[in-house]
Design a protein around this ligand. Sequence first.
Ligand code: ZN
Length: 439
Amino acid sequence: MRRGTNLPWVGDYNQAVVLDGIRRHPGTSRTELAGASGLTQQTVSNIVRRLLERGLVQEGDDRAPAPEPAPAPVRAAVRVAGKPRTALSVRPGAVVAAGLQLDREHLDAVLLDLRGGLLGSGREPLPDPQAPVELVVAHAAGLVRRLLEEAELQGLEPQAVRGLGVAVPGPIDFAGPVRSSAINLPGWRGVAIADLLAEALGLPVLVENDATAGAVGDLWRSARTGRSFLHVHVGAGIGGGIVLRDEVVRGRSGNAGEIGHVVVDPRGPACPCGSRGCLEAVAAPAAVVRRYVERVGPPAARRAGLRLAGRSVIEDHDLLGVRAACGDAHAAAVLEEAAADIARVVLGVVNVLDVGEVVLAGSGLRSGAQRVLSAVERHLAVAMTREVHRVAVRVSDAGEQAGAHGAAAAVLHESLSATWATVHHPVRGVVISPVAPVH
Ligand SMILES: [Zn+2]
């Protein structure tokens, strides 16, 4: 876990360190927290008392199955003789956040408690990729509202809900009211998404790039520290979320990681970003379906079962996965080419950033995650660091809803942690931007 500091003016930071330690290591004790954080036993005891008073923490070994492989408890550095060890855990229902992920064809929403437990989830198809923004916002607000109402029927206290995190494709303008201009959502330019959803739901709203949200969620769920990884999101578009030594890399404007706009074929198809042959334009689900249709012709594609309608891209892409498994050589070829293009760009990013893990997620991997995973592993065989350390490749444990999970986790993290610099818009929402702790 992170190290605390015993300087007097950083109490909030220490509180966040202790709370995070208890959350990541359920069943830990005050002594173990002191040993792992470097804080004095007295400081930890004072912080734990405050957390107990606020109802964020409870005593007793209330371990629940963790979303990741069960974390090892923090090892005690010292033991206080004669004092019984009291296990600590977070009170899961004390703080809850909603997460929403916008994609071209559907919306995903989840409700997470403080322990990362899933209180509810849902998916809503969008009526039309050309749907006006107001309609998309109405659908999104309705989906989140339904999840909250269902959870309240199960005992959720409304005041525990800290806010809504929204994962949207980039780019996002975080200066002033948060504006989304997702280039793979038609007509989606300068949309004040935080304002619109905050107004519709009466909740603080935090906006995050979808791939970065996926990375934040992975970081939040993990009991390990010192992680450096690339989170690859394959939805309607392709994006990357970057974490180096547990810090989310955001770049100059919060838009780092746009691996979907690395050019892989200069003579390739035009990309909505204005360039040509971007990874997204050749390997995202719509590009794969288009390439298949070009090879076999529209009549044969329809006979193969493809709908080729504006809102059926993901279903058509899934069907190509099924057909490839059943011996359709053209389907296998276009999927293999896309996987290789993704893998080539991932190799480049791994070489540039020296990460130790690659995490794959998104609805575009529904039927082809293994194919992409294998391609990435093959390409990483020539990674520059191959003789220094292994680069692990895996599919996100949050699956297709990784962005929604991450957006909710970002709200939980932001609302409890003093380690992230925050810019609060009381009504409009909250923009997060993690920075190194103050020393
Ligand atoms: Zn592009």
